[in-house]
Design a binder for this molecule. Sequence first.
Ligand code: MG
Length: 472
Amino acid sequence: MKLRFLAGLALASLFALATTHAADTTRPNIVIIFADDLGYGDLGCYGHPNIRTPNLDRMAAEGMRFTEFYSAAEVCTPSRAALLTGRYPIRSGMCHDQFRVLRNVSMGHLPANEVTTAEALKARGYATGCIGKWHLGNWINNPAGHPRRHGFDFYFGLPHSNDMNVTPVAPKGAGKLAEQQADWWNAPLFRNEELIERPADQTTLTRRYTDEAVKFIQANKAKPFFLYLPHTFPHTPLFASKDFFGKSARGIYGDVVEELDASVGKVLDTLRQEKLAENTLVFFTSDNGPWLIMNQQGGSAGLLRDGKGSTWEGGMRVPVIAWWPGKIKAAQTQRTLACTMDLFTTSLKLAGADVPSDRPIDGLDIRPLLFGTGTVQREAYFFYRGTRLMAARSGDFKAHFLTQPGYGQPKPDEHATPLLFNLKVDASETFNVATNHPAVLSQIAQAVERHKSAMTPAQSQLVEAVPVPEKK
Ligand code: MG
C-alpha cells in the first residue's frame, strides 16, 4: 500500500521535477528543528527571565509564535513518530510497551508501512536529511529501523537518547572541560550507517549537528530539501561546548539552551546567505515538556502544570516558532490550537504531495494559520500517555479522565472523576470547574467516545521485538 502511494506521488511529480528550484515556488524547502525536553518557559520569547535566546527571539519577531501548540506525546519516541507520520502514535504502535521501541535495547522500530514526511517529500524530488537524535527504535539492533529506510537520504547523529549506555570511560581528547560536566555515556555517533565515534564527545554534538545542517543546506541549495534537525539537547545529561559552557546565568541548562539558540541562528543565517530564506519554511519546537525530576538540570514549563511524562499542559504544550520571510508575516502570535502532527500534513501540502488517503491522518493543514488566510477547525485534541487516552481538549476546555505525574515521578494520581479546566483563564490547570460546566464535560466525553470507537491501534510487534542485553 505504501509503495503504491509513493509510486503515485513520484509519477505525479515528473512535471514538477522538470522545473528548476530557483523558479519553483511550488516546492519550498522545509526545515524542522526539534529540541529535546525543552520546556514551554525556557526561551526568552516565551518569558524566561535569564536564558538568552536572541536568535529564537528574532525568529519569533520575524515570524509566528504559537501559544497553544502541542506535541503528540509526553515522551520522545511517540512524539517523534507522530511528528513524522502525522498520526497519533497509538496508530503506528510507537507508544506501545509491547513494541519495545523506547530503550537502546529495544528491537522494535517505526513500522515500514508508515509514510514519513521524508518519504513523501523525497517522492516529490526533495533531498532529505536527518541530523541528530533518531529514537524511533534503535536501528543498531534492527537495521530496518534506520532513518535511510524511512525516506532520509542522509543521516548524522545518535540512534537514541544520550543517557542510554552509561559508561565510566571518557571519550578521547575530551579533556578537563567535559569532565566537569557529567558522567560519561557510551552514546554512538553515526554518519549514515557508519559508526564514527563511540562514546560520542557530547560537548561537540550541538556544534557538529549545526555544521552538518549548514553543509546539507549548502549542498542541496539547487533543489528542494527537507531538513529534520532533532537536537540531542537539552535532554540530560547536559553538555555544552567551550564557547557556551559556564556562560549562562541559568547554569549548565542555560548554557545548553543558549548553544541551541546559536545553532538556530547559524541555520537561519545560512538560509539568508544562500538566498533561500524566502523559499524556506522553518519550524522550531520541542518533542515534549521539561524533565522536572532532573531538578536544576531540567527545564521549565513556565506557568504550565507538570512536565515530561505527564499529560498536564507542561508535558505536552511546547514552544513553537514558524518562520518564512515574505510568506509568514512578522511578529505574530498564533493562539489557535495546533500540534506537531499538523507539520506532516502541512509540509506535504506545501510540497504538492498528496496526503495519504489509505489510513487515518490526524494532522491538519495549518497553512491558513501560517499565512493568515483563514481558520482551522479541530473538534478536539487528544492527550495520550502510551496507549491510554488521558485527556482531551475542545476549545478552551480540557478534560482529564486520568492523570499521572511526570516521567520518573513515583506516585500515580489517577482520578476516577473527570477534571475540567478552562485553559483560557487557568493555563496552570489549578481550578477544577467540572461541576460548573457539565454540558462541556459531556460534549468532550462524547468526542472522546467517537474518537475511541474509530481508533484502530497498531498490532503488536512483540514477535520481533525481543530485547537484547545492554552492551556496556
Ligand atoms: Mg524528549
